[in-house]
Design a protein around this ligand. Structure first.
Ligand code: ADP
Ligand code: 5GP
Length: 196
């Protein structure tokens, strides 16, 4: 099963997925490629495959991507590598993509049955607050991300599921319940009690 999780920058996607992956170790994260620089604490090959523009372009011309996208005001490139997805799906694994809205629609062209989940804030001010607290973007980059967020929130109805990330544990449990309803429990090695 292919699971696609999206939502505006700062809503808490990475935090939710970190918790979900630690509790459900048989879910497979797809590690995207990006041309942006690593943030403090980010590890190459774990958080992203950090590539130069030249190396990203080369992979794209060789057909190595399932989708690519230039996110946030034409600044950086991001892309899902086929090698992260296709072989794992062929083994029957549950692969989780964390990608933007445009990328999701491109993935759905190739995998129309993907389970799509959109993570929303309880209100738009939470995004501003969380991006400020995270402290990884300049004020200008935060403004750009908030501008993009408004358009992304308008597309949320096109996802199969929407999850509000107000209380983190509730949001993780809701995502786990969505996966379970789609048949995930038979693969899960950890007790769902840990999520309650
Ligand atoms: P994203 O991956 O969507 O850009 P992050 O996971 O990096 O967002 O979260 C942005 C910031 O918000 C982080 O500092 C994170 O610790 C915080 N955060 C995430 N979820 C919550 C929540 N439910 N309540 C309060 N803060 C949160
Ligand atoms: P960040 O720079 O905060 O890690 O991510 C910025 C945005 O890029 C997020 O919305 C994230 O979901 C999206 N993103 C990350 N990887 C990919 C990818 O491989 N493809 C697409 N289309 N978007 C991605």
């Amino acid at each position: 099963m292919l699971v696609v999780l999206s939502g505006p920058s700062g809503v808490g996607k990475s935090t939710l997925l970190r918790l979900l992956f630690s509790r459900c170790p048989d879910l497979v994260p797809s590690v995207s490629a990006t041309t942006r620089s690593p943030r403090r604490g980010e590890i190459d090959g774990v958080d992203y495959h950090f590539l130069s523009q030249e190396s990203f372009n080369k992979k794209r011309s060789q057909g190595e991507f399932l989708e690519t996208c230039q996110v946030y005001g034409r600044q950086h490139w991001y892309g899902t590598l086929l090698a992260e997805v296709a072989p794992r799906l062929a083994e029957g694994k549950w692969v989780v993509l964390e990608i933007d809205v445009e990328g999701t629609f491109n993935v759905l062209k190739k995998y129309p049955d993907a389970l799509t989940i959109f993570v929303e804030p309880a209100d738009i001010r939470q995004l501003d607050q969380r991006l400020l607290e995270r402290g990884t973007e300049t004020p200008e980059a935060i403004r750009r991300r908030l501008d993009v967020a408004k358009g992304e929130l308008e597309m949320s109805h096109r996802y199969k599921h929407r999850v509000v990330n107000d209380h983190i544990e509730e949001a993780v449990k809701t995502i786990h319940d969505i996966l379970s309803a789609a048949g995930y429990q038979k693969f899960c090695q950890t007790s769902t009690n840990q999520l309650r």
